[in-house]
Design a protein around this ligand. Structure first.
Ligand code: 3PG
Length: 210
């Protein structure tokens, strides 16, 4: 069994999931999130600018933990590591992808949405994972029901999470943090409204404290 470097779930109550279309917005966006107290960001590999965005954040903002998301192939894992990603996130979990992520030595959150997938992770020594797509896959009641039989797994529910439903998830003992794209609205990013992003981050950073 592999040993997964852990700790990514304990940086912030929320991992912002961002899509960077214009690479010049990457550093200001990550800086705006950090100003609100959220010093972690998952840049999804869904845009041409993603790898350069990761590289710039990793270089210019060493206090921000930058990760790569939407990883679906070993080649993308390699590219993400090359760009300087410090953690890795995938929407699902195949043996090929898991091996590639484990081999990097970085923390990684493989996507799971069933009890059997969680068990398969635990068998591999992987205890931190992404519950995806959280709301569509059964949401809080589903994850709560897994807590009794599978108390060793820790989750980052992502997909359909909002400031309204996040506290419910964060109250579960198996939830370390949630993930979501709501902290980086496309119009705020494209117009450079970093005040808006910092406000959303400040609100997110206080989730789970109550
Ligand atoms: C992801 O990539 O994890 C999701 O697309 C984020 O989901 P959300 O947009 O519903 O927050």
């Amino acid at each position: 069994t592999s040993t997964q470097p852990t700790g990514v779930l304990d940086v912030s109550p929320v991992i912002p999931v961002v899509v960077i279309e214009d690479v010049d917005t990457a550093v200001p966006l990550a800086r705006a999130l950090a100003s609100g107290g959220v010093r972690i960001v998952e840049v999804t590999l869904r845009s041409d600018a993603a790898l350069t965005a990761i590289e710039r954040i990793a270089t210019e903002l060493p206090d921000v933990l930058v990760g790569a998301g939407t990883l679906t192939t070993p080649a993308q894992v390699k590219d993400a590591v090359g760009a300087g990603a410090r953690f890795l996130v995938s929407p699902g979990s195949t043996p090929t992808l898991l091996d590639a992520m484990a081999d990097t030595g970085l923390p990684y959150l493989p996507g799971v949405s069933t009890a059997s997938e969680v068990l398969a992770m635990l068998e591999r020594g992987v205890t931190e994972m992404k519950f995806f797509p959280a709301e569509a896959a059964g949401g809080h009641p589903f994850l709560k029901a897994l807590t009794g039989p599978l108390p060793r797994a820790r989750f980052c529910p992502t997909g359909g999470i909002t400031p309204l439903n996040a506290p419910n998830y964060l109250a579960l003992p198996t939830v370390g943090c949630v993930g979501g794209s709501w902290l980086s609205p496309a119009d705020a990013v494209s117009t450079g409204d970093w005040t808006c992003v910092t406000q959303l981050a400040t609100q997110a950073a206080s989730l789970g404290l109550t």
